[in-house]
Write a protein that binds this ligand. Structure first.
Ligand code: ASP
Ligand code: MG
Length: 482
């Protein structure tokens, strides 16, 4: 059995049209003889709305929470109607009536929770998990029904029966061994019977049956857990872009699709802002050497990007350029600290105290520059730092991060990078920490210029094994007047 986990994100199930397209993609895979298991996110933006509603209820704003809930109820009914009824008059089929009743039942219990929360005026992490879990509970049921009416033999599997976690609500840690057993008990028999299991991503439960979630964006994590637990041949992450690109196409119109990238490279990129997927979440797959493919459900013919444990050899040193904007540089200078120890510790203690994450650090004997991506705690942080050193900060900075395994041990790469952007003022540089990334800070206003220059310097003659060169050639041909 060639098992493939197919995970569809929120935009791939956002309405009836998207779910219909998703059904066709899954049918296509089955026609190729593979055995799919489907994992779905909540419909696009539903998780955000559920969080907003539970926060409103927790503040005592009952009407606000119920209004959001009413809109979500309407959206799910509307989607189910378009998905499960036929013709312009929407004749109500038994499938539709069943799911429609089910949706109502769920929204009634959700509203009960909101009323309770508003009365108590307090939202716990445990209740928040229960509320947000409705997004995936609803989408997975609806997708199952939609698939079933399209001849796909779909069976709904409640993820909370398989994805067993600890009780850290909001970011629960899965128990791999138990999950493997549960998947073998509930999902494997369905697959052997030729059924198509459909499960919600993101949600799980403790051994005692209390609903938990795996953290925002956690459906990718579910896909990796299911793929890892069942030893799938590949895990497909279906989203709405053509995979990972060499640069942001909005900045660089001739950016190329990266056909294959290593897990480590993808991890560096994700941290620095490439939002295609969060690689930490696919770790269970990588540890078992299961490749992960990022694919576009609006353009299913496209091969997307394949993420593998080891990188293919690549002629160009870099795979991709990522940018993180809206950063602030904090310069800390303390001459009296010269030659003394414990200096860095005392600085980092301040950031720790204010729970502020630091992105990049550069140090000299008496000064340290750090960057942070949130200005929220800046006044408090500089007041505390001011007790041990002189502090200055400057906002509107951006971090450019160039990633590629093939820069390891290569000479002259830094010279090429800084030659390409010689006209741009570089404020901080960091290389070496991960060996596969070279990062530096520039002014936000210089980002476009810097990325285009770097892209021109390093992706002029791209390796066709690693980058989708044909797409660029086709785009150029299109712009040439006939
Ligand atoms: N629906 C969840 C979220 O928006 C999980 C996911 O989509 O991966 O965070
Ligand atoms: Mg996602």
């Amino acid at each position: 059995m060639k098992l493939v986990v197919m995970k569809f994100g929120g935009t791939s199930v956002e309405d009836a049209v998207a779910i219909d397209r998703t059904a066709r993609i899954v049918s296509g895979r089955r026609a190729q003889g593979v055995v799919p298991i489907v994992v779905v996110s909540a419909m696009a933006k539903v998780t955000d709305h559920l969080i907003a509603a539970s926060n409103a209820a927790g503040r005592g704003d009952r009407a606000g929470a119920l209004a959001i809930s009413a809109r979500l109820r309407h959206r799910h009914h509307d989607t189910a109607r378009k998905l499960l009824t036929q013709g312009p008059t929407y004749v109500e089929t038994p499938d539709f009536c069943e799911i429609s009743e089910w949706i109502d039942k769920h929204f009634e219990s959700l509203d009960e929770i909101f009323r309770g929360l508003a009365a108590v005026g307090e939202l716990t992490a445990r209740t928040s998990d229960l509320v947000v879990s409705f997004g995936e509970q609803l989408s997975s049921r609806m997708v199952t029904a939609g698939f079933a009416t399209r001849g796909l033999d779909a069976v709904h599997v409640d993820s909370r029966k398989c994805i067993i976690t600890d009780a850290q609500h909001g970011r629960a840690i899965p128990n791999d061994a138990v999950i493997e057993n549960r998947l073998a008990e509930t999902v494997l028999p369905l697959l052997r019977d030729g059924k198509l299991p459909v499960m919600g991503g993101f949600i799980g439960s403790t051994e005692d049956g209390v609903t938990t979630t795996l953290g925002r964006g956690g459906s990718d994590f579910t896909a990796a857990l299911v793929g890892g637990g069942l030893n799938a041949s590949v895990i497909e992450i279906w989203t709405d872009v053509n995979g990972i690109m060499t640069a942001d196409p909005r900045i660089c119109p001739n950016a190329l699709r990266v056909k294959t990238i290593s897990f480590e490279e993808a991890a560096e990129l994700a941290y620095f802002g490439a939002k295609v997927l969060h690689p930490a979440t696919i770790l269970p797959a990588v540890q078992k050497n299961i490749p992960v493919a990022v694919l576009n459900s609006r353009n299913p013919q496209n091969e997307g990007t394949r993420i593998t444990a080891l990188a293919a050899h690549c002629r160009s040193p870099f795979k991709s350029i990522a940018v993180k904007r809206r950063l602030t540089i904090i310069d800390v200078v303390a001459s009296r600290m010269l030659m003394s120890h414990g200096y860095l510790k005392s600085i980092f203690d301040v950031f720790d105290k204010h729970k502020c994450a630091v992105d990049m650090v550069s140090t000299s004997e008496v000064s340290v520059s750090l960057t942070v991506d949130s200005n929220e705690k800046l006044p408090e942080i500089s007041a505390d730092l001011g007790k041990i050193a002189d502090v200055k900060y400057e906002g509107r900075k951006a971090l450019v991060c160039m990633v590629g395994e093939d820069i390891r041990g290569q000479n002259g790469i830094a010279a090429q990078v800084f030659q390409a952007i010689r006209h741009v003022n570089v404020r901080m540089i960091s290389q070496g920490a991960s060996e596969i990334n070279m990062s530096f800070m520039i002014e936000e206003d210089d980002v476009e210029e810097a990325v285009r220059s770097l892209h021109a310097a390093f992706f002029q003659d791209p390796d066709p094994e690693v980058f989708d060169v044909e797409a660029r050639a086709a785009a150029i041909a299109e712009t040439v007047p006939k």
